[in-house]
Design a protein around this ligand. Sequence first.
Ligand code: SAH
Length: 556
Amino acid sequence: MIGLMSASAAGAVARDRLAAAWPDRTRVYDGPVGDAVRAAFAECEQMVCFLATGAVVRLIAPLLGDKASDPGVVCVDESGRFAVSLVGGHAGGANELAHAVGEVLGAHPVVTTATDSTNLPGLDTLGFPAEGDIASVSRALLDGERVVLRTKVRWPLPPLPLSADGAYTIRVTDRAVPPGEREVLLRPPTLVVGVGASKGVSVAEVLALVDGALRDAGLCVGSVAELATVDAKADEPGLVAAAERLGVPLVTYPAGELATVDVPNPSAAPLAAVGTPSVAEAAALVRGGELLVPKRKSAMATCAVVRRPGRGRLALVGLGPGARDLLTPRAKAELRRASVLVGLDQYVDQIRDLLRPGTRVVESGLGAEEERARTAVAEARAGHAVALIGSGDAGVYAMASPALAEAADDIDVVGVPGVTAALAAAALLGAPLGHDHVSISLSDLHTPWEVIERRVRAAAEADLVVTFYNPRSRGRAWQLPMALAILAGHRAPTTPVGVVRNASRPDESSRLTTLAALDPTTVDMMTVVTVGNTATREIAGRMVTPRGYRWQEADK
Ligand code: SAH
């Protein structure tokens, strides 16, 4: 819950706007502002105070305890110009909250935490539990001191400026070891704990069994990624509560699938009860990995622990047509999440300023598509966080399909959609895609011309609006006139045609012409050409394809 309070009428207006925007996440604290702040500090995970920073500092100073548990506090000035992350920037989420509040109120977020303002990820915000000397290792990274990464599992970390040796260490480990001096331990989610239980098992019994298994094997509970069991136990209260206490999901598998897993300690009891000779070991091993703790039993529960192999991460990121404000926030986040960036040099240039220090960039020139796809997948396989970028959408005539054709199920894949050229062009032209439409690439580099021609013919016969990608290059001049002639066989010479070059880039241009009047020599590889269907009209200089609703017919 986010507590909101204000001391003046102006502050109350902004406060109420936020409360109206986030009705389920916020609670307004009325009354004297000192009492309101104290109550919210005790009851809420976060607070937004529509008060001067000075007032808030004085009010919360006596309440501050530990940055791991204190609420994140954001201050907004009475006129709503600034959202200041005051305390709990990382762990309390105040930095993120300042940005979110800024979005709602049109306020400028003010974030002073060093790692955020210098483009470094905070060591406590990497998505892994972190312990040890976070403050001094973060400071060392900021000051450009030499920091070493020690890791046996290759887990996909975000980029960090690291050295081969140095006095400071970041260690990635699931072992229950204490951090050394000038060391931060990151706990990767490597451990899967398989659990079985008789009906009515208590949460205390399950937790004691799991704790004992981890302790005896020298493993850290912070690295437990999930509890796993058989479908039939999905609602067993003791297991559900144990997963909740550990803060991990309870993942379940069908008995039939578990029965196929080769385990060291099968037994007859679960076979009779739920239809698989092993629950704990099989559920822990079913997605692969190394069995670290074989089955152990207590009176009513069983457990086994597996270390799963590190999984790299491949993000397929569409950058949009060019303009920075058409790059989605999610794409931006993925670019900053990646430690390896793979892409065409001109696209890398488009976003280089967004990359975090330490990002390894693998650029290549035009034509090296297969090599790029292979490199991206190989880097992800090696356990890195990789972003493979493309203009527009990365899946539209771009790198996503060659990359996924190379990839096996041993990496995680995340797709981030981007604004493809057809949509960027349509927005400039008017509403040409208001009814059924297709995109056709006229590049015969990878597709024989006969196939392209057959598709153009089909689109012509089906009266689809057509957007041509890769319409014309220096060595490829006759394809566009040929394709337009095929469409002209089914559409009037006056059919509107939009020609958009470099949509959303500095030298953007957009023209509306007709099938008969289009001069193909004005078209190049930076252009898309959108041809209307038989209903498309030019209205007030804009290209409009009607949706064909009956109420529009009736208006005529
Ligand atoms: N993945 C890209 C398309 C790659 S194919 C996307 O989703 O947009 C390359 C073709 O896309 C170019 O030849 C051109 O026809 C078109 N294109 C890409 N960006 C464009 C832009 N900003 N303006 C106009 N056409 C563009």
